[in-house]
Design a protein around this ligand. Structure first.
Ligand code: C5P
Length: 235
């Protein structure tokens, strides 16, 4: 059985709250994901320092998407932070991804680039409206193929897309939009944590369900136990 590897999404209102989460949970998780809210918030430098100090992996979820030169130069600005993982939209195109990769190489960064496929908050209707393709798995396969050609390190995809993209063995697969219980929020394509790992995700990203729970540490233990107990798997 593959290791239970989870990133915790630090999307709390203040970085003071995020810091508390890092201090409490760092021994039990693979790393922490710093997204728009916490990166743009005050004290993001302190948060990033704390993550690094504890030797947790730093995942910057900035979902870059702009012209190639702008994205390449954004990487230059990020080189001092040198995150372990960074997201970029695959829909920004191959040249954009290549510019990002080239700055990573030039600046000798350790950063692994992860391409966003179709957001887990979008379903087949949204996919048809935006991309004229109602079959989300087909669209994600197309994105995965472009990610592979562009030689980025991995992709972000929903748990329901994982079985369709198994053949892209060289790409890391990261699955957000996961749960233990039923969720009622903006996420539309949601999977159980244990199913996502079982279906081929290298890591899962766990957010609000864990952070807003009464006891995040014991909740984390429950995700782990469910993953260990194959009788509870959907497949
Ligand atoms: O709280 P929740 O479990 O929905 O957190 C999921 C996290 O993963 C959020 O920080 C969100 O920004 C991020 N994410 C996502 N879907 C993607 C890429 C990232 O939900 N395709």
């Amino acid at each position: 059985m593959k290791k239970f590897r989870a990133f915790i999404a630090l999307d709390s209102k203040t970085n003071h709250e995020n810091l508390k989460v890092v201090k409490k949970l760092h021994p039990y998780v693979y790393g922490f994901k710093v997204g728009y809210r916490s990166f743009y918030n005050i004290n993001s430098d302190r948060l990033i320092k704390e993550i690094k100090k504890n030797k947790s992996k730093l995942f910057l979820d900035l979902k870059l998407h702009d012209i190639p030169n702008t994205v390449g130069s954004a990487l230059e600005s990020l080189s001092k932070i040198n995150p372990d993982y960074l997201t970029i939209h695959i829909s920004g195109g191959s040249t954009m991804m290549k510019y990002a990769l080239s700055t990573i190489k030039q600046k000798k960064m350790k950063t692994k680039l992860l391409g966003v496929t179709l957001l887990t908050s979008l379903d087949s209707k949204d996919s048809r409206d935006i991309y004229n393709e109602h079959d989300t798995a087909k669209l994600v396969k197309k994105f995965a193929s472009l990610a592979k050609k562009s030689e980025i390190n991995g992709i972000i995809c929903a748990g329901s897309d994982l079985s369709e993209i198994k053949r892209f063995k060289s790409l890391l697969k990261i699955t957000p939009g996961v749960k233990m219980f039923n969720r009622k929020d903006d996420q539309k394509r949601v999977t159980y944590v244990h199913d996502a790992l079982n279906l081929g995700a290298n890591f899962v990203v766990i957010g609000r369900e864990l952070i807003n729970s009464k006891d995040p540490k014991s909740m984390l233990q429950k995700y782990y136990e469910k993953y260990q107990n194959q009788n509870l798997w959907t497949n």
